[in-house]
Design a protein around this ligand. Structure first.
Ligand code: TRP
Length: 331
């Protein structure tokens, strides 16, 4: 039997960070053998916020691909896709858009949060509708499982609703379109260095997968801790500490001990941060090697993306044939 499929993606608006790593990348890497895995470089979705400067997206397409490869995705196993090259995603987006009301999109909590972050008041059709396009990303290849961060759950719910409605309307309830399942990681949301509830590219509070050892150490030293803890002799509360949240995510061997030591004032914040930075750097070291490899082989990366996109087009064209037939669009 064919393996089940994973599809997930990243907007190509810049470099990936620790939040992406624990929210989605680690699951992709863990499951790449078991599932046929598709990774989408979401450059069309990136346009929803960066349409004024599309030239910048080109470099990001490479960088996000390299971020994924450096993190440990095996190019012989996974299919890397440039979203704008896949015609069926655009076609499905249009067909799906009939089934989604503007009000449902307006009330989507992730859209609301992001609109506020970007300072948008009068939303473009493309931005408001990107969750519909995301449903097309996921369903063109019939993905079973979608590794995502917690903020993507409203979009997953919408994808499932669209797929169900589509199947009811055009396939008598049969699974013409696969109903996808979200896979949320154990660390579904990583706080930012500034203590903001989410690490984000546009929030200026991220540790990037590309950061060198010194930058990682420096950034971690700036991270917000328990603000009630002023002197080393004060007892700390790890439950409200960003650095402790990172220890939990990146220092599985030591985080319990660290919690005890913080509560009993046996370790100070500077030392605690040093330990954390060391762990993150150990995690990054093999990624740095792979990144250096791919950075020197851009042609290889380009070929991977082009081949992956072609494969996606073949799969998507088959999907569209079945959909056109089911919708009686064929004349
Ligand atoms: N919206 C996702 C994010 O911001 C990126 C994305 C685009 C995606 N297409 C997708 C995620 C399809 C999962 C599946 O992280």
């Amino acid at each position: 039997m064919d393996r089940k499929r994973i599809l997930t993606g990243d907007r190509t608006t810049g470099l990936l960070h620790l939040g992406h790593l624990v929210g989605s990348l680690q699951n992709r890497i863990r499951l790449q053998e078991e599932y046929e895995t598709f990774v989408l470089l979401a450059d069309v979705q990136a346009l929803t916020t960066h349409y004024q400067n599309p030239a910048m997206l080109k470099e990001s397409v490479y960088q996000v691909a390299i971020d994924n490869l450096a993190a440990g995705l095996d190019p012989d196993k996974v299919t890397i896709i440039q979203q704008s090259r896949v015609a069926s995603i655009a076609e499905l987006t249009v067909l799906f858009s009939m089934l989604v009301s503007v009000n449902v999109l307006r009330h989507n909590p992730t859209i609301k949060t992001e609109a506020a972050q970007y300072g948008y008041h009068d939303l473009t059709y493309g931005f408001l509708g990107y969750p519909v396009s995301q449903a097309a990303d996921i369903t063109f290849c019939g993905a079973d499982l979608v590794p995502v961060g917690e903020d993507q759950l409203p979009h997953m719910e919408l994808s499932r609703k669209i797929a169900r409605r589509f199947n009811e309307l055009y396939a008598g309830g049969e699974e013409l379109i696969k109903i996808p399942q979200a896979l949320v990681s154990d660390t579904p949301r990583l706080p930012g260095l500034d203590g903001n509830s989410k690490m984000g590219k546009s929030l200026g509070n991220a540790v990037y997968l590309t950061d060198d050892a010194e930058t990682v150490s420096r950034k971690i030293q700036t991270a917000v801790t328990d603000t009630n803890r002023i002197a080393v002799k004060d007892r700390g509360n790890p439950d409200i500490c960003t650095v402790y949240a990172y220890h939990k995510a990146f220092n599985s061997g030591e985080y319990r001990e660290i919690s005890e030591m913080c509560r009993s004032a046996q370790i100070g914040c500077v030392a605690c941060k040093k330990r954390l930075a060391q762990k993150i750097n150990e995690l990054f070291d093999p990624m740095r090697e792979r990144r250096a490899y791919y950075n020197q082989r851009r042609d290889e990366v380009r070929a991977l993306i082009l081949n992956g996109s072609e494969k996606a087009n073949r799969i998507g064209d088959e999907t569209m044939k079945r959909i056109r037939a089911a919708m009686k669009l064929e004349i």
